[in-house]
Design a protein around this ligand. Structure first.
Ligand code: KIV
Ligand code: ZN
Length: 389
């Protein structure tokens, strides 16, 4: 595979599970973790062990069944959190402690009533503490999106010196524009002397609908890991959607970036998460929405029927979707109607279709979507009418 491998860190079971109504029990979390490993994710963030005994147990049980992927547990920059995370991860083949602290002035002043120097010390201490338990320690600089770049670079340099293997640069509030987030990552690449000793990770939220664009800007600028969730689930407006970033990198070869995700499993994975979390996917969601491969307007249907690539940049098979759909509505044209009649076994001439199309429009104006049964009925009426004539 040419180019640079980007690690996929899935946080559906942690940031995704924080969505109101999406809470999972241990059995459900294990089922999803197995499916995520099967999908090819590199890191599964299994939970936040100190948050509840149930979540501790879920992380512990997940580590017993996951053999290839790294299993991460979240913690704050608090000794007890880190110890509990280490305990939950003790059976993991590849354990990672994900610890960190807020670094923006909003967090430093309002949340911690502290100052930059103290936060820097706490950042170093938490990484050093986590290193007592595992080799693989990821540090997150919460609200890095709104953190001053000079200070962020100092924090990143210090935590790498303390042993962090991955430095997570979250745009926690989804505030950054893609070029700003990309510049932030480039700033770290160019100004942190020991940056080659760690992987930079992008963790973007979707408050302005820019999470996917920001994560892609981040990897273009030199990050090596993207944190994301299935169906873009996550706090508030959600996280970067796994299926979107993976397909952006797959479609745009010129980026020279690839992942190990088995893309044909994306739609089944999306359905599994949606069913298990009882959280429907919006129909127009990229890659996994029910309309992602549906063509409804006459102009599009005509072009698609002549050559699918006219209106599809991804094939449904490539992402495990059911297939392309031609939906018959009042906006559909004659070619789509003729195509559907043909599929239903009717052999009509152009003139027949012209006549039937007028009747079709009457039905379509009354209904949201014209179904096969409506077409059979039209065909029956048409036959009677032509026989009588
Ligand atoms: O959005 C965020 O900053 C987070 C961190 C805990 C990684 O989820
Ligand atoms: Zn987050």
């Amino acid at each position: 595979m040419p180019g640079k491998k980007i690690d996929i860190f899935d946080t559906t079971l942690r940031d995704g599970e924080q969505v109101p109504g999406c809470k999972l029990n241990t059995k459900e979390k294990i089922e999803l973790a197995i499916a995520l490993e099967d999908l090819g994710v590199d890191i599964i963030e299994a939970g936040f062990p100190v948050s509840s005994p149930g979540d501790f147990n879920s992380v512990r049980e997940i580590t017993k069944v996951i053999k290839k992927a790294t299993v991460a547990g979240l913690s704050r920059a608090v000794q007890k959190d880190i110890e509990v995370a280490a305990d939950a991860l003790k059976y993991a083949v590849r354990p990672r402690i994900h610890t960190g602290i807020g670094t923006s002035d909003f967090h430093i002043k309002s949340k911690f009533n502290s100052n930059r120097e103290d936060i820097l010390k706490r950042a170093i201490q938490c990484v050093k503490w986590a290193k007592n338990f595992v080799d693989d320690v990821e540090f997150y600089a919460e609200d890095a999106g709104r953190t001053d770049n000079d200070y962020l670079a100092r924090v990143v340099e210090a935590v790498i010196a303390a042993g962090a293997t991955v430095v997570n640069i979250p745009d926690t509030t989804g505030y950054c524009l893609p070029h700003q987030y990309g510049e932030k990552i480039a700033y770290l690449v160019n100004n942190v002397p020991n940056i080659d000793k760690a992987t930079i990770s992008c963790h973007c939220h979707n408050d302005l609908g820019l999470a996917t664009a920001n994560s892609i800007a981040g990897v273009i600028a030199g990050a090596g890991q993207i944190e994301c969730t299935i169906n873009g689930l996550g706090e508030r407006a959600g996280n970067t959607s796994l299926e979107e970033v993976v397909m952006v990198m797959k479609q745009h070869h010129s980026l020279g970036l690839y992942t190990n995700i088995k893309t044909e499993k994306l739609n089944p994975m999306s359905r599994l998460v949606s069913d298990t979390m009882r959280m429907p996917v919006q129909p127009n969601k990229a890659i996994v929405g029910s309309n992602a491969f549906a063509h409804s307007s006459g102009i599009h249907q005509d072009g698609f029927l002549k050559d699918s690539q006219t209106y599809e940049i991804i094939t449904p098979e490539e992402v495990g979707a059911d297939g392309s759909k031609i939906v018959l509505t009042a906006r559909s044209g004659r070619s789509a109607l003729a195509h559907r009649f043909q599929k239903l076994g009717y052999q009509y001439t152009r003139n027949d279709v012209d006549v039937l199309y007028q009747e079709f429009l009457q039905v379509a104006d009354r209904k949201k979507e014209v179904e096969d049964d409506d077409l059979h009925e039209m065909a029956k009426q048409y036959k009677q009418h032509t026989v009588e004539v």
